[in-house]
Design a protein around this ligand. Structure first.
Ligand code: 2YC
Ligand code: MG
Length: 259
């Protein structure tokens, strides 16, 4: 899985402010209102413990501080434990955390100690980015294209299928496509159909996954993908709105998912 780099997290606040205003413009709703709507709950006074984890590639220098910034910007009390790993886990509990945030190289989870809810960043990110795509005010149909059916893409396709959208998907891995068609009832995107979409949810770790044969004149591309799947020249040639941000949107969704 693509790991964040400290550079990805640089200027997180300005990247987030930009994407927050784009979300509001293209969907008509604030990110937190969309989260309230899909998870059915509002933030309370939850206390969030952030535990640095040294496993695998180890600590990403500004990962925990980025999480703390997000938690505080959501208006919640947050703290980063002095200790890492198990000692940090114990410290967070001793300090009265309601929700724990911790990530190794394979999973990034939010765990609500009070009601045992757990969510992965993959699930929460797939849900929120696909939901944002599906709320495009200028959409010309209920058809939505999902590019990538890995852990994030599949979660988003599942969310959209459950909401009754007409989901088309593509992924180079045929077994991923067959699994999604069988379990979610989604359709395979075939470029021969020359179908053009005004709502695109892209969840791949590759660049240039979106080509101009796929998108309508007015189009919203919603993607957590690093690097961006939308080629610069395509974004300019078409009137494409792009919602893309490395961490804040996904973490906001994780918090609402477990409160
Ligand atoms: O600083 C730490 O505690 C590190 N163990 C954090 C490692 C995070 C690795 N995961 C990622 O970079 C990506 C993120 C986009 C979120 C999910 N995986
Ligand atoms: Mg994100």
């Amino acid at each position: 899985m693509a790991l964040l780099t400290p550079e990805d997290l640089d200027s997180l606040s300005s990247k987030f402010e930009d994407s927050e205003s784009i979300i509001e413009r293209v969907t008509g709703s604030k990110l937190t209102d969309i989260c309230k709507d899909i998870y059915g709950k509002d933030l309370g006074s939850e206390k969030v413990g952030i535990i640095p984890i040294t496993a695998g590639n180890g600590i990403i220098s500004n990962f925990s501080s980025s999480l703390l910034f997000i938690i505080q910007r959501l208006g919640l009390e947050g703290f980063i434990t002095q200790h890492t790993d198990v000692a940090g886990y114990h410290e967070a509990i001793s300090e009265g955390a309601d929700i724990l945030l911790m990530a190794d190289d394979h999973l990034f989870i939010a765990h609500n100690l009070k009601d045992e809810k757990v969510v992965t960043n993959h699930e929460a990110t797939g849900t929120i980015y696909s939901e944002i795509a599906s709320r495009f005010k200028d959409a010309d149909s209920s058809e939505i294209l999902v590019i990538g059916l890995g852990r994030v893409g599949y979660a988003g396709a599942k969310h959209l299928a459950e909401k009754g959208f007409n989901v088309y998907a593509c992924d180079p891995n045929r077994s991923f496509l067959e699994k999604a068609a069988h379990e979610l009832g989604i359709k395979e995107y075939c470029k021969e159909d020359r179908k053009k979409f005004s709502m695109v949810f892209e969840a791949t770790p590759n660049a240039n996954t979106i080509n101009e044969g796929m998108i309508a004149e007015r189009c919203l591309v919603s993607t957590p993908g690093i690097p961006c799947g939308l080629p610069e020249e395509v974004g300019k040639k078409f009137r494409v709105d792009l919602v893309m941000e490395p961490l804040f949107i996904g973490v906001t969704s994780m918090i609402y998912a477990v409160i």
